[in-house]
Design a protein around this ligand. Structure first.
Ligand SMILES: Nc1ncnc2c1ncn2[C@@H]1O[C@H](COP(=O)(O)OP(=O)(O)OP(=O)(O)O)[C@@H](O)[C@H]1O
Length: 512
């Protein structure tokens, strides 16, 4: 190997199909010890499936895996964990009402079996303390006895990583037994500064000897933090290399099999040039259309503390704010889903208001039902849909949003994460409401689909819809919205034209 270190993980000729559909085809990759290896690809390319095979959650049909030079074919997550291969999934898994200690040690034998008796309790604390010390330079931020639900999202994410490391095995002196950490979209619900803090820790873990397989859609993170990347396309390896030495446009081409229009080196989520032009011309319209939503001094149970806004037909109003500033809470109150403590909300929209939830698994989708049913089912849908029109409608949305699915009858739970998000968007669009509240619409979706979804929002605004867009991707707000308002610790500032904001000025304002 000419001086190269022996790989920690060596995957050769891996294949996996679901029924007649091949999802992984002849996939080979090598992950060096003490490295961050990014796994990239469009929605449905096979990234999660590959990760699931490594984690013992799925069996490959063909191929071989070596871990530390030994044959590795885990039959369960437990077996993978014992081999030191652990996962931090994209969706949060902490139990909100349990303490940090209990969350970190949950499920680790023999502690759990001993029901955390007194002696085990002190061991549990020692393990949790060591695990937390690995994921933050400032352990005081994450008190061991705090309930997980009381922590901010970024700190919860750190506890998730600590938990995975503890599951992979941790000595009381803090030495890691975990060898490979699979991180699935770790920053998709974090703001920029929290993401930077998280990656600092991930790099420190790498420097301590851990190999990290980073599944992500954020090319900028890959370029900034990964040592190598592998791009998957349609279940095959389409490219690999050192991301710092590879042009972003080249990586995008490998992922998509074509160039992405207007892919700029510094950004993952540029709306197309056309979209941007649309935003400017809309913004230039004198005061736009009629007012459809007016909120005055709105407050919620905890957040927001005070929010006023006026939303007109034909516009996209962006809301920027750090995680925890109250963005989701504000949308939920406007949608009438959560109680309002104070203030008034006036909705003048004959076709009503709809919310795209950021929590697609929890409340957004019925994972056990078909794609067509998920697109169709809404409070407004005709009660007795004929199956033919249901399927036709499902097929129409598959085409319109380029959803990667076997067909309208496929269960939504079987779709990749990004494609599930598209199904949720399809349902919201199908409802044809006047006011759309969209919470992190591009979370977990690939670079091509992001541009598509943002362009779609512009198109809808042009057609007279009124849209409130919440996004942690500040560049996405700047390129897509007409006006942007910043929510700071629960208080919404008056909006300003998007053209007067930059990503940097938004970040500064949101974190001041
Ligand atoms: N249990 C399953 N049954 C049938 N098909 C499945 C199943 N799990 C995954 N698939 C299919 O395998 C393909 C790859 O999905 P996978 O989740 O690996 O993609 P991904 O690259 O992780 O995408 P994303 O970026 O959207 O998360 C998809 O077309 C998906 O529908």
């Amino acid at each position: 190997m000419g001086g190269e270190r022996a790989p920690l993980l060596e995957v050769t000729g891996l294949a996996k199909a679901f029924g007649p559909n091949p999802v992984l085809r002849d996939v080979s990759l090598r992950v060096a010890p003490a490295s961050i290896h990014a796994l990239l690809g469009e929605n449905g390319a096979g990234k999660s499936t590959l990760a699931r095979v490594l984690l013992g959650m799925e069996r490959a049909d063909a191929g071989a895996i070596l871990l530390g030079g030994a044959r590795y074919a885990p039959a369960s997550a437990e077996e993978a964990r014992r081999a030191g291969v652990v996962l931090v999934p994209q969706e949060r898994t902490l139990c909100a009402h349990l303490t940090v200690v209990d969350n970190v040690v949950l499920g680790i034998e023999p502690l759990a079996r001993a029901r955390l008796g007194i002696r085990d309790r002190s061991r549990a604390r020692a393990v949790a303390r060591a695990a937390i010390a690995l994921v933050t330079a400032d352990p005081g931020r994450v008190p061991l006895d705090a309930r997980a639900g009381e922590l901010g999202v970024a700190d919860q994410q750190l506890v998730e990583i600590a938990r995975a490391l503890a599951q992979g095995g941790l000595r009381e002196d803090g030495r890691l037994a975990a060898r490979l950490l699979v991180l699935d979209e770790p920053t998709s619900s974090l703001g920029r500064s929290d993401a930077v803090r998280l990656f600092e820790r991930v790099r420190a873990l790498r420097d301590a000897g851990l190999a990290v397989l980073l599944v992500t859609h954020f090319l900028s993170d890959v370029r900034a933090h990964a040592d190598r990347y592998t791009a998957l396309r349609d279940g095959r390896v389409a490219g690999e290399g050192d991301p710092r030495e590879t042009e972003p446009a080249q990586i995008v081409r490998e992922m998509l099999g074509r160039a992405l229009n207007d892919t700029r080196a510094s950004a993952d989520t540029r709306a197309s040039a056309e979209t941007r032009a649309g935003a400017v011309s809309e913004a230039a319209r004198p005061d736009g259309g009629e007012v459809v939503l007016e909120a005055e001094g709105v407050s919620g149970v905890k957040r927001p503390k005070r929010a006023s806004l006026t939303l007109r037909r034909g516009e996209i109003l962006g809301i920027a704010g750090l995680v925890g500033s109250g963005r989701t809470e504000l949308l939920r109150i406007l949608a009438g889903l959560d109680p309002r403590r104070g203030g008034t909300v006036a909705l003048r929209a004959p076709r009503g208001i709809g919310l795209l939830s950021e929590d697609r698994g929890g409340e957004g989708l019925m994972l056990g039902r078909s794609l067509a049913e998920n697109v169709w089912l809404s409070p407004r849908a005709p009660r007795f849909a004929r199956p033919r029109s249901l399927l036709t409608e499902g097929a129409r949305w598959i085409e319109r949003l380029a959803i990667r699915a076997g067909g309208p009858e496929q269960r939504v739970g079987e779709l990749s994460g990004g494609n599930q998000q598209k199904v949720q968007i399809a349902r919201l669009l199908r409802e044809d409401v006047d006011v759309l509240l969209v919470d992190e619409p591009t979370r977990g979706i690939d670079v091509a689909s992001k541009a598509q979804v943002l362009a779609l929002l512009r198109e809808l605004a042009r057609a007279g819809k009124a849209i409130v867009l919440v996004s942690s991707q500040l560049d996405e707000l700047v390129t897509t919205c007409d006006r942007i308002a910043v929510l700071r610790r629960g208080t919404l500032d008056p909006p300003r034209p998007a053209s007067s904001w930059t990503e940097a000025s938004l970040l500064l304002e949101a974190s001041s």
